[in-house]
Design a protein around this ligand. Structure first.
Ligand SMILES: [Fe+2]
Ligand SMILES: [Fe+2]
Length: 284
């Protein structure tokens, strides 16, 4: 086993430049363990200065396709369920890179240690999620890489590469919050198909993703407070600038509340009017 890099930012760069999914997530887990061991011992690893790649290294397979060219499969069919799990594995691998990227990319902005604790923990959880879903795929005779995957997963990261507040608004507070909206119906679909392995992987993911959204909201509000910025207005401006399209109800209002995102943050960006009458997004 090779030695880990000496700084947290260099660990993040090393994860981002590892292509194979199982190798990337194993390194991610080792880096997280080393970070928390240092924190517990009172000798934290220095943060250092990151030098993350524009795009994280990825395995040769899956083939990456424009979402419009992705094959359509009936969600209730066996092929549809495999495709859905494959898409979740792809999202989880991307999430591993997203959480290390926020650590490596914004080292010029001085942040409290808790910021790094949160994203290292989130990255370690995403690594576990990727492996859980890969294990389910393999138990069903498939594997990550067997099907094509969405090509534009890194777009939100690329668009916000110079804007930490924008990154927090779009990645944890929009994309990961969307995961909270859609996961319960996915769990129901796999319950109906009597696939307990998939159900339990998705239940773990659902339980742990709430905290990732909460970390986003926490550090978004922290930075707004530091800059004396109105958080709700800033959120609306940044999502309109960096997120392409309206947010899609129905929203999981209960879990979003648990994660610290109130309805007046997301309903004005939705393509429908909220039950409470929050205004429709009037931007084109
Ligand atoms: Fe995840
Ligand atoms: Fe996450």
């Amino acid at each position: 086993m090779t030695d880990l890099p000496a700084t947290l930012a260099a660990c993040a760069d090393a994860v981002l430049t590892t292509a194979d999914g199982r190798a990337k997530t194993a390194l991610s887990k080792r880096c997280a363990e080393a970070w928390f061991a240092g924190r517990d011992a009172g000798t934290p690893m220095p943060i250092g200065t990151g030098n993350p790649p524009d795009n994280p290294a990825r395995p040769e397979k899956p083939e990456l396709l424009n979402p419009r060219d992705m094959p359509r499969r009936r969600p209730g069919s066996a092929a549809g369920r495999l495709a859905l799990l494959h898409a979740v594995a792809h999202i989880e691998l991307n999430a591993v890179d997203l959480h290390w990227d926020i650590i490596a990319r914004f080292t010029a902005t001085k942040m409290p240690m808790g910021f790094y604790d949160d994203w290292v923990k989130a990255a370690a959880e995403e690594s576990k999620h990727f492996n859980l879903v890969c294990d389910v795929l393999e138990s069903l005779g498939s594997h990550y890489g067997a099907l094509p995957a969405h090509a534009f997963m890194w777009r939100a990261a690329a668009d916000t590469r110079d804007d930490l507040l924008g990154r927090l608004a779009v990645v944890p507070m929009v994309l990961e919050a969307r995961g909270l909206d859609v996961t319960p119906s996915m769990i129901a679909l796999f319950q109906k198909a009597d696939l307990p392995g998939a159900v339990s992987a998705l239940e773990t993911i659902y339980a742990e993703e709430v905290s990732h959204v909460a970390y986003g909201s926490k550090w978004f509000h922290f930075l707004c407070g530091r800059g004396d910025i109105d958080p709700k207005e800033a959120f609306h401006d940044l999502v309109r600038r960096y997120f392409h399209g309206a947010l899609k109800p129905p929203f999981n209002e209960e879990k979003r509340a648990e994660a610290g995102i109130p309805p007046d943050f997301y309903w004005p960006l939705a393509d429908e009017v909220s039950p409470a009458g929050h205004s429709r997004n009037t931007k084109p």
